[in-house]
Design a protein around this ligand. Structure first.
Ligand code: AHR
Length: 502
């Protein structure tokens, strides 16, 4: 049986865990908004048309921040289309997803929905086909109290208080040739810098995110970040990372080690940002907003032909509705471990996306809402990971993968909340064949009780579906035992585990 050992000690602090790491993402894409969070006429819809069953699951998930309105969608979006009387809002063609956008749901609905969900708004401006003026306009609409045309329009639309949105994304994936208005790093860096300066003239306290690479496998990766930051370093606070993982050609071993790639991605972007910091002789540090991450079977999406006849573009089609397995959820949990391992520099992150579209929550129009397998690692990590992230001095047996070479069988991160005295450990066992026994030295914490929950199944491809909504659930892991300062736990094959210590 493979083994691993680790140490939980508050002296090995990585950094404070920013709650924004538990963010998510709502895009006008498929059924994320329409027939997802918003479905007037549904038996569970409230007076605003928001599904209360979905709102309840969003709260249970422990979401902090929600990025909106895209994604690729934002690069063709006019924010003004989504405010004012609904019957006057235009029907538009969404070039990113070949869909019809009715604009029944827009910025004011998003603000109302966020207040009900208890989440912070994070707003992306369109820098693909628009520029500084439109970015400043939407900021005036959201953040100025009153006394100007756009702030007064918000008040007239029923929102007397400004929304006070702090986090703003300067466009989306501008390095991607698929992006409407795709541009070079030089062009984007200059535009991001000008836009940021303009927005700060209106509101100096904003936190601004420049687009990094759409994935670490982009041909421009590394050079893109360097060039963009050379132009915009002084103007922004974050550089974004986006990453999606999927099992390819039945290579589960490599897929289970996806977080190795995420670790490398983060560390490379940190190194690049710090290189520009050195070049600029700057005292300021740029952090990472990992504002799109998930498991996504993107090859499956690309294998389906897009609807090309414009007259046939649908409203709220079923797009990117991946159904997640236990193996997917284990990888997903390990990606959260990777984010926490870099808590000093990853201070914002958004799980892409929230409902129906590569999402932890699924719904049926007129029907139920349920939890996908990925719901559980997110909800438990958000619940338990408080205070400071701890490096755990991990020693683990290894296995060999086609994609990443030799990797540790176990990955883990610790957290410690000095205020409550509580701690947690999150672990993943990547072995397909064996249980793994883990020994944890907790002497430094003087804790007296431990309980563990694991996500695993005899069938690693088991899923929750409309027909079987509770097939996959968390299970108590009774193998955990605490003897003095030593804790042991047995991790089932292909599993994700959270240990709660108090
Ligand atoms: O999350 C789905 C899509 O993935 C987003 O619209 C885009 O930003 C990324 O390529």
């Amino acid at each position: 049986m493979p083994t691993a050992s680790l140490t939980l000690d508050p002296r090995f602090a990585v950094g404070a865990i920013n709650r924004r790491v538990f963010g998510s993402f709502v895009e006008h894409l498929g059924r994320c908004v329409y027939n997802g969070i918003y479905e007037p006429g549904h038996p569970n819809a409230d007076a605003d048309g928001f599904r209360e069953d979905v709102l309840e699951l969003v709260r249970e998930l422990g979401i902090s921040t929600v990025r909106y309105p895209g994604g690729n969608f934002v690069s063709g979006y006019r924010w003004e289309d989504g405010v004012g009387p609904k019957e006057q809002r235009p029907r538009r063609l969404d070039l990113a997803w070949h869909s019809v956008e009715t604009n029944e749901f827009g910025l004011d609905e998003f603000a109302k929905w966020s207040a009900k969900a208890g989440t912070e708004m994070m707003y992306a401006v369109n820098l693909g086909t628009r520029g500084v003026l439109e970015a400043v306009d939407v900021l005036e609409y959201t953040n100025v109290r009153s006394g100007s045309t756009l702030s007064d329009a918000r008040v007239a639309n029923g929102a007397p208080e400004p929304y006070g949105i702090k986090m703003w994304c300067l466009g989306n994936e501008m390095d991607g040739p698929w992006q409407l208005g795709h541009m070079s790093a030089d062009d984007y860096g200059k535009l991001a810098s000008r836009t940021a300066k303009g927005m700060r003239q209106l509101d100096p306290d904003l936190e601004l995110v420049a687009c990094g690479s759409s994935s670490a496998s982009m041909p421009t990766f590394g050079a893109w970040e360097r060039t963009v930051l050379e132009h915009a370093y002084d103007d922004v606070d974050y550089i974004s990372c986006h990453a999606y993982y999927e099992e390819r050609d039945g290579d589960l071993d490599s897929f289970l080690a996806s977080a190795v790639n995420m670790d490398h991605f983060i560390e490379t972007v940190v190194a690049t940002a710090d290189h520009v910091k050195a070049l600029k002789r700057s005292d300021k540090t740029i952090n990472i907003s990992f504002d799109e991450w998930n498991v996504w079977y993107i090859e499956r999406y690309h294998s389906v032909d897009k609807i090309t006849k414009i007259e046939e573009w649908p409203y709220a089609p079923r797009l990117l509705e991946d159904v997640y397995s236990v193996a997917d959820a284990v990888v997903f949990g390990s990606l959260m471990i990777s984010l926490l391992k870099h808590a000093d520099r990853v201070t914002s992150a958004s799980l892409a996306q929230l409902v129906n579209v590569i999402a932890p929550i699924m719904t049926e129009p007129g029907g139920p809402a349920w939890r996908q397998a990925t719901f559980f690692p997110f909800a438990v990590t958000s619940e338990l990971a408080k205070g400071t992230a701890l490096e755990v001095r991990l020693e683990s047996d290894t296995y060999v993968t086609q994609q990443y070479g030799e990797v540790p069988i176990v990955d883990a991160v610790g957290t410690h909340d000095a205020e409550s005295g509580r701690a947690a450990v999150f672990l993943v066992n990547r072995s397909r064949e064996s249980e793994t026994t883990v020994t944890i030295d907790v002497r430094a914490l003087g804790l007296s009780s431990a309980s563990a929950r694991s996500l695993w199944d005899e069938d690693v491809y088991a899923k929750n579906t409309l027909e079987q909504q509770d097939r996959v659930q968390l299970r108590a892991n009774d193998s955990v035992s605490l003897d003095g300062g030593s804790l042991t736990v047995t991790l089932p094959p292909v599993s994700w585990t959270a240990i709660e210590l108090s």
